[in-house]
Write a protein that binds this ligand. Structure first.
Ligand SMILES: [Zn+2]
Length: 277
């Protein structure tokens, strides 16, 4: 072969190899980005719920008679929510809330309630709101309708069996805040609205209780839903100061149901909510 052709062939092979290396690099980077956004900073069970997809919907609210529940809808109000309940720390969270005269919604995982039924009973008896956070805390996006609805349905059955009342959990929060049409249909099948959040201080990543409080206080506005996690020492340690600061700033701290109902908003099954309109 003449030298000029050999040079061309060598160049072509080198370009080909370079393209393969570049393509592989880009693919690896994309995979890394996806994994780090889905699975970063898991506090207890698996991850912090940070990969939030904003709901897209029209007219999701139902006008109802405002619920008289001791809250003033004319004054600022936030809903406080805990994910990944129940844990050994749940009783201490309850105690702190009671001390400060505040309420919260506890998004409870089916198998965790099954592991610690005594703590789940204390939660029911406390009168705080209980939400459905799936049975096994697995990623629901990508599951079939049957599998996704079993995650909600098995948990509903379990909670109702424990509490002795139907409809113990009135809303559902899918793990990691990730949901798609199938997940929403599965929630609708059990009469459950999907509730996400609008303020996420990323408590699993917060270095100190002070930092956590500061993040919430910087972001929180009237009508927000704040997400925290059960099972984190930092969150438990921050809670007294956080409740005090929220109250000093004029906020009423309540459950998801009361936040909406006190303003005369009913939530529709299968629709997705992250704050007051
Ligand atoms: Zn969770």
């Amino acid at each position: 072969m003449p030298p000029v052709y050999r040079r061309h062939r060598k160049r072509a092979v080198l370009s080909y190899l370079l393209m393969i290396v570049l393509t592989a690099g880009v693919l690896l980077f994309v995979c890394w980005l996806k994994m780090s956004s889905d699975y970063a900073e898991d506090p207890v069970i698996l991850t912090s719920e940070t990969s939030l997809e904003k709901p897209v919907q029209s007219d999701p609210f139902e006008k109802i008679e405002p619920l008289a529940c001791g809250l003033d809808p004319e004054l600022p109000m936030v809903a406080l929510t805990f994910n990944d309940c129940v844990t050994d720390l749940t009783p201490s969270l309850l105690e702190t809330l009671v001390t400060y005269g505040c309420e919260a919604t506890f998004y409870t995982v089916g198998y965790l309630a099954e592991n610690q039924p005594d703590i789940f009973h204390r939660l029911v008896e406390s009168g705080m709101e209980i939400g459905n956070h799936s049975y096994s805390h697995k990623q629901l996006v990508g599951l079939s309708f049957e599998d996704a609805s079993a995650q909600f349905g098995d948990t509903q059955k379990l909670f109702d069996g424990f509490s002795g009342n139907a409809g113990t959990a009135k809303t559902v929060r899918p793990p990691y805040g990730r949901q798609d049409e199938t997940v929403q249909e599965a929630a609708e099948a059990y009469g459950l609205p999907v509730v996400l959040w609008s303020v996420d201080p990323q408590d699993a990543a917060a270095k100190t209780p002070e930092e956590l409080c500061e993040k919430v206080m910087t972001e929180a506005e009237d009508g927000d839903i704040i997400v925290l996690h059960d099972g984190l020492d930092n969150t438990l340690n921050a809670l007294p100061s956080l409740l005090e600061q929220l109250k000093n700033a004029g906020f009423q701290v309540t459950t998801v149901e009361k936040l909406f109902a006190s303003h005369g908003y009913g939530l529709k099954p299968g629709f997705c909510y992250d704050r007051l309109p």
